[in-house]
Design a protein around this ligand. Structure first.
Ligand code: NAI
Length: 396
């Protein structure tokens, strides 16, 4: 079949297998242009390994440190002749590329919040690797079914206490409008913490420890975001921010447990980037379009792979120190938050309109990056050619 992008709101419901392959390969090539890193983890578990920051967190230890990797994700294989999800194609491409250079790579596709998937993962690690020495927690999910109570929680992206009115952009149509979002109820706040907070991360570490699958001195890292005051009402001070505070508190708790044996638990505050998760947040895509414009002009722009390469090289491994902030967090958003970057974004913000969006912002770059997430717009891929949507995961 010929596969074209089909955009519905903030998602693309199709994905291109060869394009996803090329996108994964680009990230591998980037890592290979960098020097091999020292003191890297050798057996890595990535939870949320198929797209965005998690995929990059699988590529970096594998291709800069020759690590064996187990990836957990929730993706849709091709069914009834329909394309699979991008994360499925990415994971197939990753495993093929890893296997081609003799690296162990296996994946588990299912609900990471469930006990069943945790048990299967522990069993696989015990059987094939013995233990893991790094666990990356990079889930972004709209819902979670609690493994003990069976209750399903939905996360919401809302402000807390006050209605928030701000500019937003429909990235597909290029329309800049005002949006007003009513504050979340207490129930919605606590449900969002249930989904995106730290409890599940802690459950993973407990399950690995109890199953004997966590190496002595193991590290674990999860990802958070802060951002500028332009987005605070919807992000850091909103429902998702409450969940991130909970995640950060979990890191401090896990760190106390893991640090005596030489390991540690960290939260890395990463840069705002176009991913499937971030495109769903109101207001944030407009901020990202302006941020990309400013950071590209200054030669400071990074994507997921550059961010995670720098995290491993300059903070977590390679003889580096984590350089924690006052709340014990790693700050990979250091370049995003530079005063001159933020003052230029803030200066653009009031003047951006539908009419001047292409000049004021990098909406074009945003759209291109969004399409690349689904394997579209990659050079060297013939999008007019017939392609089979069915691609097998080598380890399945
Ligand atoms: P993403 O949407 O690209 O990736 C989400 C991953 O989670 C995918 O691998 C998906 O398969 C997996 N997943 C979702 N639900 C699952 C489930 N029930 N079971 C198993 N796997 C499941 O998201 P992105 O943006 O890479 O986010 C990862 C983390 O990074 C999140 O914690 C996010 O808040 C954080 N972050 C993202 C930033 C951004 O701008 N995109 C900035 C800073 C932090």
């Amino acid at each position: 079949m010929i596969i074209q992008p089909k955009i519905r709101g903030f998602i693309c419901v199709t994905a291109h297998p060869e394009g996803c392959d090329a996108h994964v390969q680009q990230q591998i090539d980037y890592v290979r242009t960098k020097a091999n890193l020292r003191e890297m983890p050798k057996r890595v578990l990535v939870i949320g390994a198929s797209t965005g920051y998690g995929l990059a967190s699988r590529i970096v230890p594998a291709f800069a440190g020759r690590a064996a990797t187990v990836g957990v994700f929730f993706e849709r294989p091709s069914e009834n002749g329909k394309p699979a999800s991008a994360g499925w194609y990415n994971s197939c491409a990753f495993e093929r590329a890893a296997n081609a250079v003799g690296l162990y790579a296996k994946s588990i596709n299912g609900d990471a919040f469930s006990s069943e998937i945790k048990d299967r993962t522990v069993e696989l690690i015990r059987k094939d690797l013995g233990t893991v020495d790094l666990v990356v927690y990079s889930l972004a999910s709209p819902r979670r079914t609690h493994p003990k109570t069976g209750e399903t929680y939905k996360s919401v992206l809302k402000p807390v206490e006050k209605t928030f009115t701000a500019k937003t952009v429909d990235t597909d149509k290029g329309l800049v409008t005002d949006i007003s979002i009513e504050p979340a109820s207490e129930q919605e706040i606590s449900d969002t913490v249930q989904v995106m907070g730290g409890e599940d991360w802690e459950m993973w570490i407990d399950a690995l420890e109890k199953g004997g699958a966590l190496a002595e001195g193991a590290k674990t890292v999860a990802y958070s975001y802060i951002g500028p005051d332009l987005t605070w009402a919807i992000y850091r001070n909103g429902t998702i921010g409450r969940a991130k505070e909970d995640l950060e508190a979990t890191a401090r708790k896990l760190h106390q447990k893991l640090s005596p044996s030489g390991g540690g638990a960290f939260v890395s505050v990463n840069k705002a980037l176009v991913t499937q998760a971030s495109s769903a947040i109101p207001v944030v895509p407009l901020y990202i379009s302006l941020l990309y414009k400013v950071m590209k002009q200054k030669g400071l722009h990074e994507g997921c792979i550059e961010q995670i390469q720098r995290l491993f090289a300059d903070r977590l491994y390679n003889g580096a120190s984590a350089q924690l902030d006052e709340a014990s967090r790693i700050r990979m958003d250091d370049w995003e938050m530079l005063a001159d970057v933020q003052s230029e974004v803030a200066a653009l913000w009031p003047s951006v309109t539908t009419e001047n969006l292409p000049q004021c912002s990098d909406i074009q770059g945003y759209r291109e990056e969004f399409l690349r997430l689904f394997g579209f717009g990659l050079s060297g891929v013939d999008y007019t050619a017939d392609v089979s949507p069915e691609v097998a995961l080598p380890s399945a």
